[in-house]
Design a protein around this ligand. Structure first.
Ligand SMILES: C[S@@+](CC[C@H](N)C(=O)[O-])C[C@H]1O[C@@H](n2cnc3c(N)ncnc32)[C@H](O)[C@@H]1O
Length: 368
């Protein structure tokens, strides 16, 4: 696997890179626009990613076997305003298409929030899949949950795999059992931030939900209100979620990218106490290594890990991709690449939408 190379687009703090390097792949290129993420990336991987994808001269990019992209999810996220492609940031997807068209890697992996499947009753997602097929790839997709890949977090994300020679079969991807409990990922000693008993209410007979969460109680409202900025009470999802308390004998809810104070509270039955999940534990339940260097800004560190990809999911994905021999370098590859000439050209704008004019697609050298 050491011979396989990849480019890490929309790299964030390098979740894909951690997973792929663990699997033995070599990163040849990265891009990420956010300064704080770029600094974290440099401190962990020794290189600054290039910044804005729309400014990149694709002809300068190295050839790679795999391109990964957790493309920006704000316009698609349930926490955003559900505008899909009508948000300018949604059009970043089309820069990604341009880059894929130009570079023609054997395989690409895209990751995004679950809500991407449901925007405009699935229309946005169908546009995305069609655009990717039009680039000359077999496309398959699946909703994968971090809890099925060795992490104690109920985190569903949609993964799209494009492959040139052979379709990737998600149903063959093995899941890791049993699902770990959050307690297995807790750090032994720290200066924990405990709540006092009057700050929370525990419910009677808590039960494990199908999701693996065990909801045990909530922070009392008078106290919870203290942390809420005036006129933001309507942002119920953002503010309500940290108010809930979950047992360490289940999994943890999704770490969201909007939470900047880490208001995640966990119940420890043996102590009959509630404490805050630490920042280090947040990185651990995303599969980041203990020695990962975080930004000194706590708020940014929480946002960055909430925005990242669960590393174990990517590691298992790549392992299965190699098993299924979807790279041209693997033995017995099937040379059944879709002929690009038989496909319609990439549609870089959505009719009826006013977006930035896309730049001209550079000429594409045909491979495969
Ligand atoms: C969902 S996050 C991906 C996180 C990444 N997978 C990780 O493991 O940390 C999307 C990233 O795209 C970056 N981004 C947004 N617009 C960009 C652009 N025009 N060019 C490059 N990166 C961009 C954001 O700063 C954000 O870090």
């Amino acid at each position: 696997m050491a011979d396989f190379t990849f480019a890490d687009l929309f790299a964030g703090i390098g979740g894909f890179r951690i997973a792929l390097e663990r699997a033995g792949l070599k990163c040849l290129y990265s891009c990420e626009i956010n300064e704080s993420c770029r600094q974290v990336y440099y401190e962990n991987f020794g290189e600054y990613p290039e910044a804005d994808i729309s400014e990149i001269d694709f002809s300068t990019l190295p050839d790679v076997d795999l391109i990964t992209a957790g493309f920006p999810c704000q316009p698609f996220s349930i926490c955003g305003r559900r505008r899909g492609f009508s948000d300018q940031r949604g059009t970043i997807f089309f820069y990604l298409c341009e880059l894929l068209k130009h570079k023609q890697p054997d395989v690409f992996i895209l990751e995004n929030v679950k809500h991407l499947l449901h925007i405009e009753k699935g229309k946005t997602f169908q546009i995305i899949l069609n655009e990717l097929r039009n680039l000359g790839y077999f496309i398959s997709h699946e909703l994968l949950n971090a809890k099925d890949f060795g992490l104690p977090q109920n985190r569903e994300r949609v993964f799209i795999v494009g492959s040139k020679y052979k379709r990737f079969e998600f149903y063959k991807l093995p899941k890791i059992t049993p699902i770990p409990r959050l307690r297995e990922f807790l750090l032994p000693q720290d200066n924990f931030d405990y709540l006092s008993p009057e700050e929370y209410t525990l419910i009677e007979n808590p039960k494990q939900q199908d999701s693996g969460l065990i909801f045990v109680g909530y922070r009392n409202k008078s106290i919870w209100k203290k942390g809420v900025r005036p006129n933001t009470e309507h942002l119920s999802r953002v503010h309500r979620q940290p108010n809930r308390i979950y047992s360490v004998d289940g999994v943890h809810p999704t770490l969201p990218s909007q939470e900047s104070s880490g208001r995640f509270f966990i119940y420890l039955p043996e102590e009959d106490r509630v404490r805050k999940l630490t920042l280090e534990e947040c990185y651990k339940i995303m599969g980041f290594p203990d020695n990962f260097k975080k930004t000194p800004s706590t708020a940014d560190a929480y946002r960055q890990i909430g925005n990242s990809v669960a590393t174990t999911v990517v590691k298992e994905l790549i392992r299965e991709m190699i098993n299924q021999e979807i790279f041209s370098g693997t033995p017995n590859r099937q040379k059944t690449a879709i002929s690009e000439k038989s496909l319609p050209p990439v549609q870089l704008t959505i009719p009826g939408l006013s977006v930035r004019s896309p730049r001209t697609i550079p000429s594409v050298s045909q491979t495969g």
